[in-house]
Ligand binder design. Sequence first.
Ligand SMILES: [Fe+2]
Length: 361
Amino acid sequence: MRIIKVSDKAVGEMLGKSIYSSSCKLLLSKNTVLKDNHIKSLDKNNINYIYIDDDMSHDIELETYVDESLVMEAVSSLKEIFNDTGFINGHKSASSMIPMDDYNHVEKIVQSMVREVYSNPKMLYNMIELMGTDMYTYTHSVNVAVLSILTAKSLGLDKKTVEKIGIGALLHDIGKSRIDNELINKPGKYSTDEYETMKEHSKHGYDMVRSDTVISPITKQIIYFHHERLDGSGYPEGLQGNQIPVYVRLVTICDMFDAMISDRSYRTKMSVYEALEVLNAESVYNIDPSILSSFIENIAVYTVGSSVQLTDGRVGIVVKNNKAYPTRPVVRIVDLETKKPIEEVDLMTNLTSFIDGEYEI
Ligand SMILES: [Fe+2]
């Protein structure tokens, strides 16, 4: 399986992974051979990247910490909370508290996520695009939850704390349910007023959980403080340094990272490499360097199935990652004319070449 950008060039290719619409319904199933109308439907659903299976890639297996069905369940549970606490036919629903049933469901999902993450100690986190950009709030929250669980585990926190962090991470943007959907999905940049309205989401989210006696303070603080920055430039309270709890700082890093590598309607995504560079630069003032190093050790700099160019000019597909050396994966070199594989290069042992950047095959 390999990742390609959705374009007319994808006609005739076979889907390697099923694709879901914004209502979580199956849009196109795995093994579908793409036709013009499929490409139009992908465009309509704002799906910009897909996995395909071809001669160069049919035996490349994706490594995911969390099973696809659990990701879908997590996305559905968030949609449910947004429905229960957000806007119905343009009017805000009366209740802004998270219903207990919804919360219990989220807790069960996070416990399963934690179980799956702990059962795969040698894996690296690979970014996997499954849905369109209008699903961003939900898919982003699921990604942030998985990343936060991984980082918290690497920091050696106990499992119960990891679970509470995971719940906070999955619910961190829940206050967006109290903000008009049109503003949330607005293409282009926000005006100053719109930005101020968007910033309210952390307060709204906190209001939705603050008086609940079952939800942990860790989870509540993540929801309230996830936009605080170490130098005091964040919101809503402008906290500084140690005033921001460690687990909040952890989720903030995961939140920033996933936002940068996600495809949005108003900008294309950054590569993982670029996003890690930005986080490293930010760590001087705004994020915690010790948490950042625990975060980075779990990230695949080059996603399995992505296409890259080596410094010697050769082009290939990332086949396998190496946890000890995330910038030196195994790359399958391909012939661009025949679209056939030539050889596999393990960059761990082949030290004269390294990856120059991403490449579209
Ligand atoms: Fe947020």
